[in-house]
Design a protein around this ligand. Structure first.
Ligand SMILES: [Zn+2]
Length: 351
């Protein structure tokens, strides 16, 4: 990346972070880390006297094996498990685990940065994917909201659920033993659905919207409380045949894709989640892959991702782009399509 220019001072306390001036910094040599093919330029801020490098702006800042990031992202969104990734990439076992958590953080921020608002008067579909952590007596829920027309994943979250089996069954005995040992299992289903709906409300602060869900009673109360009168809520029985005429078809297929793309969501699999926060990280990878990397339908054009169809980005992004720049500076973060680093996520890019 020879054309890189530091767009601002990376030190958030420096005035040149929010208000960068031309030539606020000067070049100060370079360093050559073992993991890179070329030296990395260093800079010095004239305002705060701190030094930084091109790496300070990048997602792979301080990574030990940065060259594995793109392949790992694609493997983890192709149903491959963490251990198999470490075998294929010839890395240590911990490497994909740590990278998954870091990618999850960056990609969650990227999704918010690229799409702080959605166009008004749209239709959204919500449902919950159920899985478990470690054993089926510890169930988890993963509510997902998508835009009906483009299948853009708007919000996703993960929470534990408590669902006791009938008294006297072997399963109930195991559940009771589990609770005696670790305390009562929390049921976060409602709180978790609420977070997802609030994330949707934050992206659609005004205007009418239509929400389609199944008949779970808590959805109606929560949605009414969050959106008030501007909401129309349509429900479909979960017993209705799940074909393309079912109003929940887009979310049913999205959840089926999430099971295909995230190995840990496959039922009765070794890959199942051992720790709930890692499922949320993995879901963030899936959401970015689905929104910005993969085309909406197989018969759409290659670059017609949900993000492009919504007008958020002008084309599909590749794994290198979504993992290019750090995203923890909100609107000041660098746009994934920017090669020089000069355009922020608010810039309108051309394909
Ligand atoms: Zn500075």
């Amino acid at each position: 990346m020879p054309s890189f220019t530091p767009p601002r001072c990376p030190n958030a306390d420096c005035p040149r972070h929010t208000d960068p001036q031309p030539r606020f910094c000067r070049r100060r040599g370079s360093y050559w880390p073992k993991c890179r093919a070329a030296p990395i330029p260093r800079y010095h801020c004239k305002s705060c006297n701190r030094s930084f490098s091109r790496q300070t702006f990048r997602h792979d800042y301080r990574d030990h094996r940065p060259e594995l990031n793109e392949s790992l992202f694609l493997l983890l969104t192709s149903g491959v498990g963490l251990r198999q990734c470490s075998r294929l990439l010839r890395s240590g076992v911990r490497c994909p685990q740590q990278k998954l958590a870091k990618m999850g953080r960056t990609l969650a921020l990227l999704r918010d940065n690229l799409c702080p608002r959605l166009p008004s008067s749209r239709v959204f579909v919500m449902d919950e994917e159920e899985t478990y952590e470690g054993a089926s007596i510890r169930p988890l829920t993963m509510p997902v909201v998508i835009d009906r027309e483009t299948w853009f994943v708007v919000a996703v979250d993960v929470g534990s659920i408590r669902r006791l089996a009938r008294r006297g069954t072997r399963r109930r005995v195991m559940q009771d033993q589990e609770e005696a040992k670790h305390g009562r299992r929390q049921d976060q289903s409602r709180a978790c659905t609420e977070r997802v709906l609030r994330a949707l409300a934050a992206k659609c602060p005004a205007g009418d919207l239509l929400l389609q869900t199944d008949k779970k009673s808590s959805y109606a109360t929560l949605a009414r409380r969050i959106f008030g009168d501007r909401l129309t809520h349509e429900t479909t029985s979960s017993r209705r045949v799940r074909d393309r005429h079912n109003p929940l078809f887009p979310i049913n297929v999205t959840l089926a894709m999430s099971r295909d793309n995230c190995g840990r969501l496959r039922r009765k699999s070794w890959l199942v989640t051992k720790c709930a926060p890692r499922l949320l990280d993995h879901a963030q990878l899936f959401a970015v892959y689905r929104n910005f990397v993969r085309r909406r339908f197989n018969h759409d054009k290659e670059n017609e991702t949900p993000g492009k169809l919504l007008g958020i980005v002008p084309r599909n992004l590749d794994a290198a782009e979504v993992l290019a720049w750090r995203q923890d500076w909100g609107d000041r973060s660098i746009h994934p399509m920017s090669r020089s680093g000069m355009q922020t996520v608010r810039a309108s890019m051309v394909a």
